[in-house]
Design a protein around this ligand. Structure first.
Ligand code: NDP
Length: 287
């Protein structure tokens, strides 16, 4: 068995099922075998153990109990990575997310706590562990950039500003959550007819957060921070939507940004299936 100083140490959050599970499965079998040490993040240990059994309990996959919506859980997982893995990480894949359709403040709070604040807080905790040439990969969705294409020019400019800070992005997010109570999205520049409104705003925020983190951490340890869309895949998130592609292909989309050579990727950018995507995506865009 290789030591963590020789292996690529990779954390995948929300990896007990769906696309995250497929990412772990592929990473565990990448050649040379045992080159990757994968931390399979799960918010429920039993579901994590079941996933490990389904994988055949490979020696290079370890469970990490991690609920990204809970600060204590993030702190606990951070300490575990420090004590048991020498505080060494090469790649963080922020895959965990939830999707609810109901438009209420409570649902929005829960979704942002996982899909946006969870990534932001986890990255703040774990970035110091990332080794030279490491990568931080935030799983977003094209629905975030379609949402921006349907928003007002003024709102687009706020999300796309090259000087946007995390504090300003938090304010955009909080204004959106408050607007749900009084149904005033339009006044903020959102199109209330945008599909999966709350989910899509969480993903627009993740794409913007990725650009900010890339800027903040650029030059440090030669790390790349990227966002990626796995494409529309049949998983529990969408009740296994008929016609959607298999989760394995979503995993390939994520693995492209994990494994592509550094000079083929642009820090802070958004990718799907190996192609860079615009941050504002018009539905009839061909790429
Ligand atoms: P699934 O619902 O199949 O899996 C989501 C995973 O996230 C589960 O393991 C779930 O754990 C975990 N999770 C949820 N909340 C938390 C939390 N608070 N802390 C830790 N883990 C959590 O979804 P997908 O596999 O489809 O989605 C994976 C990623 O891909 C998500 O970021 C999603 O937004 C994105 N995506 C998916 C698309 C699709 O078509 N499927 C399209 C575009 C983007 P548990 O089993 O305990 O619930």
């Amino acid at each position: 068995m290789l030591s963590t100083s020789q292996q690529r140490v990779i954390l995948v959050t929300g990896a007990n099922k769906g696309i995250g599970y497929e990412v772990v499965k592929k990473l565990a079998n990448e050649l040379p075998l045992n080159n990757n040490l994968i931390l399979l993040g799960c918010r429920d240990l039993k579901r994590g153990e079941d996933a490990l059994i389904r994988l055949g309990s490979p020696p290079n996959v370890h469970l990490l109990h991690l609920d990204v919506s809970l600060r204590e859980s993030i702190t606990h997982a951070t300490n575990k990575i420090k004590c048991e893995y020498g505080g060494q990480l090469d790649i963080i894949i922020n895959n965990a997310a939830i999707g609810e359709l109901e438009l209420t403040v409570d649902i929005a709070r829960t979704m942002f706590t996982t899909n946006y604040y969870g990534i932001k807080t986890l990255n703040e905790h774990l970035f110091p562990f990332i080794r030279e040439n490491g990568r931080v990969i935030n799983v977003a969705s094209i629905s975030g950039s379609i949402l921006l294409s349907e928003a007002s020019k003024d709102l687009q400019e706020k999300y796309l500003s090259s000087t946007l800070t995390t504090e300003q992005l938090d304010c955009l997010v909080e204004d959106f959550i408050s607007a749900i109570e009084i149904n005033s999205f339009e006044a903020l520049g959102y199109n209330p007819k945008s599909s999966y409104l709350i989910y899509s705003v969480t993903k627009a925020a993740v794409i913007a957060l990725t650009r900010i983190e890339a800027r903040q951490w650029s030059g440090s340890k030669n790390v790349l921070v990227l966002s990626v869309c796995p494409g529309f895949c049949a998983t529990d998130l969408n009740r296994n939507a008929p016609g959607a592609r298999p989760a394995e292909l979503g995993a390939d989309s994520i693995l492209h940004v994990v494994n592509a050579p550094q000079n083929e990727l642009k820090n802070g950018c958004f990718y799907r299936d190996g192609q860079q995507l615009p941050q504002v995506y018009m539905i009839d865009d061909k790429n």
